[in-house]
Design a protein around this ligand. Structure first.
Ligand SMILES: Nc1ncnc2c1ncn2[C@@H]1O[C@H](COP(=O)(O)OP(=O)(O)OP(=O)(O)O)[C@@H](O)[C@H]1O
Length: 617
């Protein structure tokens, strides 16, 4: 299902902002829009419309059967009982039995069919949400807490399923029951019937107030669940650091604070529901008391038959449960509305980096690999100053260019622009003269092999990790890539390449992970290699082996490398110095060493500001 609106609401982000609905304590516009997002998800119910319709028919028929019983009882009381003659009692008794059996059968049919549609709807929505998360740019994931996404993909979807399978169903059923009973009551005795009908007014007012407050509480609760999920996830991922620094107690206290907040919101919600449920109990029972007293007076004055009073009261008793359950249904509905808001916040975020219409897909063989940055500017969303400012740089086909600069000057950012993980905010980058934005994303990412500073491995087999970008890679290619990255240790793992590496590849050493990530980048000989400090976690011996192997690959591949160590810089044909978002010098390593003090300063880790950086690109 496509995202429908072109807006990025302020989500519960890492910056801690909340969407407008989170603080919705009431207000007319909030009230109007409260169910809007729930309504927008109706498309997911469409495939199950017929099923849902049959369910409703079965439920309404069952309710009709149960409503008929008091009317038969009226005939029994006013007929055989009043006349004190049992004639006709048998047929009326048989009718009640048949009605009971029909009702039981219809309830069985309804329950049998009920769950499949809601589970199917939940699965479809979850699949769309996940696919959409994959399409969203890295800037989106930079801003959102992973726990918030996790809770949306799990608990929010379950809340929606519960509402669609029970809440919505009983809301319709109970409303129809209410109207049908009131119509029957008015037919039995118009003044008393209208009195019962009038009880809908306080019920409506209570419902409206409750819905408003419960919606706000639900939003707080579901956001807080996301916060707790984030904390648990961060703790699990950073467990080693936490333990090493002895920060366990501090984290436990932070968790306890968050869990306490969740608990308090949960208790608040439960109390709100309890208070309102009491009112929902009071109204039908109070009306019943008035009807009983008035009814008995009417019977004593001959204005109503005993049978009619029995039928009236029996029918009215059938309203107690629908009214009592109103609190639960509204609560469920408001939680579902909140869940829909939270899910739409993700679905409404448009993927910013997408294929242009008519995007090109040049074949690998036709790509020479000339990479050019033309006046490239880049600024992170929500941050003030641009990280890159007017970068001009050309990497010739087959050339290896090393990017050098002080920490935080924007090297990784510049690299991330090549596979379009981030989009330039000014200027353009071209590959063989084509603006990267004119290339099909999937093609571009096949042409560019990437290895990041932090080598991420997924909890799947080594082979799957290696062939992530090239599922079709053959055994020879895998072997060549592993050999190149000096990562043949993978064959010696307990199950060879079929060995599952742990989450984030934690069962491997940093150097092993880095070598596997390098093998993944070079697999299939991409036209362009983009490597962010690819040798940082290697020991001196392995580093020189990988360097030697890399040298071979780099000979016929265009490559842009971020490097810190002079030994790795030797791999490059030329070096570019990045300072405060600008390329201030380009040349060979020896030229720059000789002529650019800032370059010497960066390489010698000299913290002094480099004055007079000279050679410009
Ligand atoms: N996702 C982000 N959102 C906002 N600012 C960011 C983001 N990532 C990086 N930055 C900022 O952009 C600047 C450049 O970061 P970048 O990681 O590109 O530097 P770098 O030169 O690669 O650093 P290092 O050598 O330490 O890896 C830094 O000031 C950093 O704080």
């Amino acid at each position: 299902m496509p995202a429908e609106r072109d807006r990025e609401p302020a989500p519960t982000t890492k910056a801690g902002r909340h969407p407008p609905a989170a603080s919705a304590g009431g207000g007319r516009s909030a009230g109007r829009g409260r169910l809007a997002n729930l309504w927008r998800l109706r498309g997911y119910l469409r495939p199950y419309a017929a099923e849902f319709g049959w369910l409703l028919v079965a439920a309404l028929a069952g309710t009709g059967a149960s409503l008929a019983v008091p009317l038969v009882v009226q005939r029994v009381v006013d007929g055989p009982v009043a006349r004190r003659e049992p004639g006709g009692l048998l047929s009326l008794g048989a009718l009640v039995l048949v009605l009971g059996l029909v009702e039981a059968l219809l309830i069985f049919v309804r329950r049998w069919m009920q769950s499949a549609s809601s589970v199917g709807m939940e699965a479809a929505l979850r699949a769309d949400l996940y696919a959409h998360l994959l399409r969203l740019p890295t800037s989106f994931h930079d801003r959102w807490h992973s726990g918030q996404l996790l809770s949306r993909a799990t608990s929010d979807l379950s809340v929606l399923r519960r509402f669609l399978s029970f809440g919505l169903f009983f809301l319709i059923l109970n409303l129809v029951t209410y109207v049908a009973v009131v119509v029957l009551l008015i037919r039995l005795h118009p003044p008393l019937g209208l009195l019962v009908a009038a009880s809908a007014v306080p019920l409506f007012l209570i419902s409206r107030r409750f819905a408003r407050h419960y919606h706000a509480a639900s939003r707080r609760m579901q956001d807080q669940q996301g916060e707790v999920a984030t904390l648990v996830e961060e703790t699990a991922l950073g467990l080693r650091t936490t333990k090493a620094y002895g920060r366990g107690p501090e984290l436990a206290a932070r968790f306890a604070g968050n869990a306490r907040a969740l608990h308090d919101i949960g208790v608040g919600k439960a109390r709100l529901l309890a208070r309102t449920s009491a009112l929902f109990d009071l109204v039908p029972n109070g009306t019943l008391a008035v009807v009983l007293v008035t009814g008995v007076v009417l019977v004593s004055r001959g204005g109503l038959t005993v049978g009619a009073l029995v039928a009236f009261v029996s029918l009215q008793l059938m309203l107690v449960w629908p009214v009592q359950s109103l609190g639960w249904i509204i609560a469920n509905g408001q939680e579902a509305a909140t869940a829909a808001d939270r899910i739409r916040e993700v679905l409404d975020t448009r993927p910013a980096i997408v294929d242009a219409p008519g995007a090109l897909a040049p074949p690998r063989a036709g790509v020479r690999g000339r990479l050019t940055f033309e006046q490239v500017t880049f600024r992170y969303p929500d941050s003030g100053a641009p990280v890159l400012r007017g970068v001009d740089l050309t990497v010739a086909p087959g050339e290896t260019l090393a990017l050098v600069g002080a920490t935080g000057c924007g090297k990784s950012t510049l690299l991330s622009l090549v596979p379009r993980l981030q989009e330039v905010t000014g200027g353009r980058i071209t590959l063989d003269g084509h603006d990267l934005r004119d290339l099909r994303l999937s093609t571009l990412r096949r042409l560019v092999g990437v290895a990041f500073e932090e080598p991420t491995l997924f909890s799947m087999s080594v082979r799957e990790n290696l062939t992530l970008g090239r599922p079709d890679a053959g055994e020879d290619e895998i072997h060549a890539a592993l050999a190149l990255a000096q990562a043949e240790f993978a064959y010696d793992l307990p199950w060879g390449l079929a060995t599952r590496v742990g989450e984030q590849g934690l069962s491997l050493s940093g150097g092993q992970r880095q070598r596997l990530a390098l093998a993944r980048a070079v697999l299939g000989r991409p036209a362009l290699l983009v490597l962010d400090d690819p040798l940082s976690a290697l020991d001196v011996h392995t580093e020189s082996l990988v360097e030697a192997a890399l040298k071979r690959v780099l000979r016929d591949t265009t490559a842009l490398l971020v490097v810190h160590r002079p030994s790795t810089i030797a791999l490059a044909d030329r070096v570019a110095l990045l300072e405060q978002g600008r390329i201030t010098a380009v040349g060979t390593h020896s030229d720059l060493l000789a002529t650019v003090p800032a370059y010497r300063s960066v390489l010698s880790a000299d913290p002094r500001p480099a004055a007079g950086a000279g050679v410009s690109s």
